[in-house]
Write a protein that binds this ligand. Structure first.
Ligand code: R5P
Length: 295
């Protein structure tokens, strides 16, 4: 367990922070954060952080509007004598641009990690999109970078809520967690081949199977535009499967994704509370609590 910890919630993260503070019996600190009229950020540390180890709870979905404020808070705490800064960001952004797909592109996964590594010491996150880069430690040059997994919680939810599931992954990179969810839920699984032509343009190709009796449960780490799930739902329906249940870890949900997935034929859409959203039904707080206890 982190010694001399003090836990701070960045705006929008108060519920998770309060729950962590209560479950871990850690004191909560006070921050004042507001916007100046010109949209610049004002940050003030209202608690004594000298010789303490601040834990900052700041989910970094839609990161561009949050990252500077977080950096001001972390660096100011260091100026006031804080020891090590631990960031809890249940969703870790900028992980998908992990290579230069076209010449001239920024490899933002590397640049973002380099930036954060400059002023945090520990990172705890849930199911970061590790694909071509296999470990957070290959990106983050800090004391510890911990990738936790929502797989067990997702499998538990499926076991309790879906009769005779077949787990479906929308693309080959999803096989890493789809196979494990299927094993834990004692269910079969299939994985589709996905081709992405643009941000909102994907096609999928599911393997042909003869038995369509099971309820398909689509499992993915991120639901952003929903195009990956929507294309998979349409193909499952055209093959004679019943309406699928969609289970995602991170509910980025750009635009009207929820309605889009329902219109495509989803029976139900469920996500983990790594990003606050009305579809959150799988609570990952205990996974973070366990990780902090072990630090
Ligand atoms: C793929 O790289 C990820 O695992 C997700 O499949 C992807 O981010 C989903 O994006 P969208 O909802 O925009 O299709």
């Amino acid at each position: 367990m982190i010694k001399n910890a003090i836990l701070f919630a960045l705006p929008g993260n108060e519920t998770l922070a309060a729950s962590l503070a209560a479950k871990l019996n850690i004191a909560s600190g006070v921050l004042t954060i507001r916007e100046f009229p010109d949209s610049e950020s004002y940050v003030r540390i209202d608690s004594d952080v000298r010789d303490k180890n601040p834990i900052l709870v700041c989910g970094l979905d839609h990161p561009n509007n949050k990252i500077l404020t977080l950096m001001f808070a972390a660096q100011t705490m260091k100026e006031f004598g804080a020891n090590k800064i631990c960031l809890i960001s249940p969703y870790l952004p900028y992980m998908r641009q992990d290579k230069r797909f076209k010449s001239g592109e920024a490899v933002s996964a590397v640049l973002f990690a380099r930036y954060l590594s400059g002023w945090i010491d520990h990172l705890i996150t849930i199911d970061p999109h590790l694909h071509r880069i296999k470990r957070l430690a290959d990106l983050y040059t800090i004391e510890s970078s911990i990738a936790l997994h929502a797989i067990t919680k997702m499998a538990d939810w499926i076991k309790k809520n879906v009769l005779s599931p077949i787990i479906v992954g929308p693309d080959e990179e999803s096989e890493q967690w789809v196979a494990e969810v299927a094993r834990l839920a004692s269910a079969p699984y299939i994985v589709s081949k996905k081709t992405r032509y643009g941000d909102r343009d994907v096609s999928v190709d599911l393997p042909v199977i003869s038995d369509h009796a099971n309820t398909p449960v689509l499992v993915d780490d991120i639901i952003s535009t929903g195009m990956s799930m929507a294309a998979t739902i349409l193909q499952l329906r055209s093959r004679g499967f019943s309406e699928p249940v969609c289970v995602g870890v991170h509910a980025l949900f750009t635009d009207d994704v929820y309605q889009h997935l329902i219109n495509a034929g989803a029976k139900k859409i469920v996500t983990c509370n790594t990003i606050l959203h009305p579809t959150n039904q799988i609570d990952i707080t205990d996974i973070i609590v366990a990780a902090i206890k072990q630090m």
